[in-house]
Design a protein around this ligand. Structure first.
Ligand SMILES: NC(=O)C1=CN([C@@H]2O[C@H](COP(=O)(O)OP(=O)(O)OC[C@H]3O[C@@H](n4cnc5c(N)ncnc54)[C@H](OP(=O)(O)O)[C@@H]3O)[C@@H](O)[C@H]2O)C=CC1
Ligand SMILES: O=C1O[C@H](COP(=O)(O)O)[C@@H](O)[C@H](O)[C@H]1O
Length: 598
């Protein structure tokens, strides 16, 4: 039991910061979150203990409610592990009762105020409010919290609640009390209308926040869900007129973090006039996706993968992002950025860094981010010859005409902005020397998906070469991590087709999440918001990571733009420009997502 509980990390809101039972910081796979404090159990002043437990072979949640431990487990899962977990919880609690008791007093005295700046906008409605509700629904928000929407639009509290209610949904796997919970959640949401550059309006917000905080230690989180040109104004006003005087103040900043090295550095400098680096939470929501977070688990907790994770066994790695819709409504923003800045420089590069980094010293945020920076700095400058760009054009299919990118009213006529790009990147270090890391990202393609494909080398002297067909490349092992949709991890192996002959086929060892796990997968924004509230920085981008990412892409972007490189046009709904195949072929690679048996 002692050994088990030593791997448990608890997060407590009582003192407004994480309290760890374990030397393993940031271990999410067995985490306890202490929520409100009211009814005593065994000398502990704990009312509701939420345990988020994800481990093999069982997966369950354990709650402590009114003095009793109850489990919420999948009936198909291993009951003995659930029992073990209960014992583990009790053990941890008894070991740390003094600490927890002390923290519970702090919990009553502290509160978290979350201000969504740009509350009337698309992201706030689509992602931020629903994620906050999901956290509330799961019991992961602290007992005392308030949510404020802030934007210029005139709205009453009731109008904000009405707007927010339209996009809230309940967990498919836990619909109980959904309507009731929504009502309760909406009662905690308020609105303040103001300009983003008005100290006066932020001072008014501050007054309202104080009223809700009612003398408790106030912790304040500002989520900047606004266009980048007003980030600095909003940060200035929030930090000077509405930051907390008794607790922490943190600011979540949405991308884009600049357009290139210079503008990104300027943004960082401006933000740092008002905030310390550890108050800035630069969000890359791909880091909050379940399978991206699982990447490190897969690598570092399975003996079978890490030894293969190098040039010795891996032939190439592919990071593929595709969307089956165009810029629809976001053309104005997109045209200023293009797909390389929108997806590659951040989402795909972040995944690459996690994939390729060396083993960090620990799971501590700084240790992980140190390794990511190192690998990013080891990357070879990207050559324009190793990049293909494309733009979608109109296409008619089944009587329906799909628009060209430049048909979007907010896109300037004749725009050369790429909506598709493919690139070959290299990491010049001992582990990855010579291994092509291919990226491909596009809008208005035939499907929506995001995946990582790892293609392994050929088996030397393979006895079965004759039985695997003519394309030996297709007969190598491939590990696929499907980030979305239908989250899955599968390993493509060669297998004997049952029968008297000796014919091999490619079959999948398949971990399809929907088959294995009954729980709904949390949205990336839920995880990231919870982390920001808890001060966990592991999944946020540090400024030196950002600098390294921009250093890699800025020269390429400048060259594409200065040379006014013409994109290859591809029909809306297609697989993208054929140039992507030539690029892969040049590096002796076949895209894994294009074969018939993918
Ligand atoms: N939407 C998405 O899917 C994603 C968005 N992002 C990023 O998140 C942030 C917010 O995105 P999104 O919600 O789509 O943005 P919006 O364009 O919807 O803007 C959000 C709010 O900001 C205010 N606003 C808009 N334009 C201006 C302006 N020129 N000057 C002052 N205020 C303005 C508006 O509120 P009001 O007029 O009421 O003040 C608007 O409701 C952006 O940085 C975006 O790049 C990142 C990833 C995905
Ligand atoms: O950051 C962005 O991401 C979305 C795709 O996010 P997903 O979670 O839906 O895959 C993309 O549509 C948008 O252009 C980009 O800014």
């Amino acid at each position: 039991m002692a050994a088990l509980s030593s791997s448990v990390t608890s997060r407590s809101y009582r003192s407004g910061k994480s309290a760890s039972f374990s030397p393993v910081k940031g271990n999410r796979h067995r985490s306890l979150s202490f929520l409100s404090a009211s009814s005593p159990r065994g000398g502990l002043n704990i009312h509701d203990l939420c345990v988020r437990f994800q481990s093999k072979p069982a997966r369950a949640s354990v709650f402590m409610q009114d003095g009793a431990i109850v489990t919420d487990s999948n009936p198909t899962e291993n009951k003995s592990s659930v029992k073990g977990l209960k014992e583990e919880v009790l053990s941890v609690l008894s070991q740390d009762s003094a600490k927890v008791g002390a923290e519970s007093d702090g919990q009553n005295k502290s509160t978290v105020s979350i201000t969504v700046v740009g509350a009337s906008g698309d992201l706030a409605k689509k992602k931020i409010f629903p994620a906050l509700f999901a956290l509330y629904y799961e019991g992961c928000l602290p007992e005392h919290f308030t949510i404020f929407g802030y934007s210029r639009s005139k709205m009453t509290d009731a109008e904000l609640r009405n707007m927010v209610s339209k996009t809230l949904t309940c967990r498919i796997d836990k619909r109980a009390n959904c309507g009731e919970k929504m009502e309760e959640f909406l009662k905690r949401c308020f609105y303040h209308s103001g300009q983003y550059d008005s100290q006066e309006h932020f001072t008014e917000l501050d007054k309202k926040l104080k009223q809700h905080e009612a003398g408790r230690i106030s912790n304040r989180l500002f989520y900047l869900s606004i266009p980048p040109n007003i980030f600095v104004d909003a940060v200035k006003c929030a930090s000077t007129s509405a930051s907390s005087v008794s607790g922490w103040t943190r600011v979540i900043v949405e991308k884009p973090f600049g357009r290139d090295s210079e503008t990104s550095a300027a943004l960082t400098r401006s933000l740092k006039q008002y905030l310390e680096e550890d108050q800035i939470f630069r969000i890359d929501h791909y880091l909050g996706k379940e399978l991206v977070e699982n990447l490190s688990v897969l690598r570092f907790s399975n003996l079978i993968f890490e030894p293969l994770w190098s040039r010795q066994y891996i032939r190439n790695v592919q990071f593929i992002f595709s969307e089956d819709f165009g810029t629809e409504g976001r053309g104005g923003y997109f045209d200023n950025y293009g797909i390389i800045r929108d997806i590659m420089q951040n989402h795909l590069l972040q995944i690459l860094a996690l994939f390729a980094m060396e083993t960090p010293v620990s799971l501590d945020a700084e240790d992980i981010r140190n390794e990511k920076v190192k690998v990013l700095r080891s990357m070879r400058p990207i050559r324009i010859e190793d990049v293909v760009i494309g733009q979608y054009k109109s296409h008619t299919k089944g009587g329906v005409t799909y628009p060209a990118y430049t048909d979007d009213k907010t896109v300037p006529k004749g725009s050369l902005t790429p909506t598709f790009a493919a690139a070959a990147l290299f990491i010049d270090n001992a582990r990855w020397d010579g291994v092509p890391f291919l990226m491909k990202a596009g809008k208005a393609l035939h499907t929506r998906s995001a995946e990582i494909r790892v293609q392994f080398r050929h088996v030397p002297g393979n006895l079965y070469n004759r039985n695997t067909g003519s394309n030996l490349d297709r007969a190598t092992n491939e590990l696929v991590i499907r980030v979305q949709p239908d989250e899955a991890i599968y390993l493509r192996i060669n297998n004997k087709v049952p029968g008297l002959g000796m014919r091999l086929d490619r079959s999948n060892l398949n971990l399809l999440y929907s088959d294995r796990y009954s729980k709904e997968i949390p949205d990336a924004y839920e995880r990231l918001l919870l982390d920001a509230i808890e001060g966990e920085r592991r999944l946020f981008i540090r400024s030196d990571e950002l600098d390294a990412a921009w250093s890699l892409f800025t020269p390429l972007l400048k060259e594409i733009e200065e040379k006014k490189r013409i994109p290859e046009y591809y029909p809306y709904g297609s697989r993208g420009p054929v140039g992507a195949h030539y690029l892969a072929a040049k590096h002796k690679v076949q895209w894994g997502d294009v074969s018939l048996d993918q």
